[in-house]
Write a protein that binds this ligand. Sequence first.
Ligand code: GLC
Length: 427
Amino acid sequence: MPDKSDLIEQAQKVMRRNDRGHYTVPTHGLYPFQWNWDSALSALGFSHFDEARAWAEIETLFAHQWDDGMVPHIIFHEHDEGYFPGPDVWDTGRGVPTTGITQPPVAGFAVRRLFERAKDRNSAETKARALLPKIHAWHEWFLRCRDPMNSGLAAVIHPWETGRDNSVDWDRAFERVPTEGVAPFTRRDTQHANPDHRPTDEQYKRYIWLVQHFRKLDWDNTRLHDASPFQVVDPGFNAILLRSCLDLAELAKRLGEPDIAKRSRTIAEDGIAAMERLWSEKYGQYLCLDRVTGQLIDSPSIGGILAAFTSIPTDRANALVRRVETLAQSCTYLVPSHDPTKPEFDGLRYWRGPVWLIVNYMIADGLERAGHRGTAERIMADCLRLIEKSGFAEYYGPITAEGCGGDSFTWTAAMVIEILNTHEVLA
Ligand code: GLC
């Protein structure tokens, strides 16, 4: 096991290599632009060795917020032929092109952390104060545009919004998305990464059908939710939103913004109460809800465990710990993105089995807050064991530890820096 300072140094090198000055790319080649939740989580890594750079990552992201409050999932800062679907496919009509969908809103959580650990207090206060209303506007956007029936929870209308692109969770709902009329295209991702570790061509057609459908509706967010054949309420995604609301409430209180604080707390409380609808006694974890059919989706994936990231009731957190312990019996490294005992599990294919360090980090953080320090430490130690075996990969086989997808990955490196600086974990 390399020692702590060596590992931190290697991780910093990865982050510097992917640094484009005011934003980072997730990795060279495969992902040559700025991704939303990658940036927010990567800022945590920067915060330990370059505070100003950490803030810049999030400021750049919010500089591209849409007028309606949405923060897009990709910002295409520079032209690059190596990625599909690029700006012309999205055609959102913005100066600096962006996609027209969003990603998990983890920025509120990240900004509170940046603020609390900042050494340069004056600068942190100015920066946090400027970001506060922008993050709040994004949270309000979710309720307005992705929860038109006031259920307390936001739906995603494209699998890419969840950040868990090809999870088993979407399979059934995705059958409603047609493939007719999809313009012919050439995938680029499979030129950079092993096709066996990536989504299938069939899934790609459906991803693109949704993009074309939303484009025809002029990316008008007052229409997209109802017009989408894919509307899924993901517990992991909502937990991130609700945790960010809780953190924003705290930040707003400290910055003397009582209205934002109160409203953020109300959104969080209502949402956490509504999450009970997603609880499954059968699996002892949360499940996704298909909003079109009104049914829970019978797929025990990591989304329902990531729910621990927000303040769920004690008995739910206890049950999730038991669930993680059960999963540990069928894999070597926690936490697999899908239950290894299920037939759909595919240990090396993206979100259908592999371990992702960012998700591990959020689950561990939530469980630790709920008093489950032992499980949290086991999860974080597994992160470091994976790094030791396979370097800073995009994701890892939960049984083999094989590093998959892109390499020299920014948010993986950021999580290592974050974990090593905040915990006494040894692999
Ligand atoms: C993949 C992941 C997504 C991530 C992006 C960039 O699409 O599924 O979560 O944000 O890559 O790393």
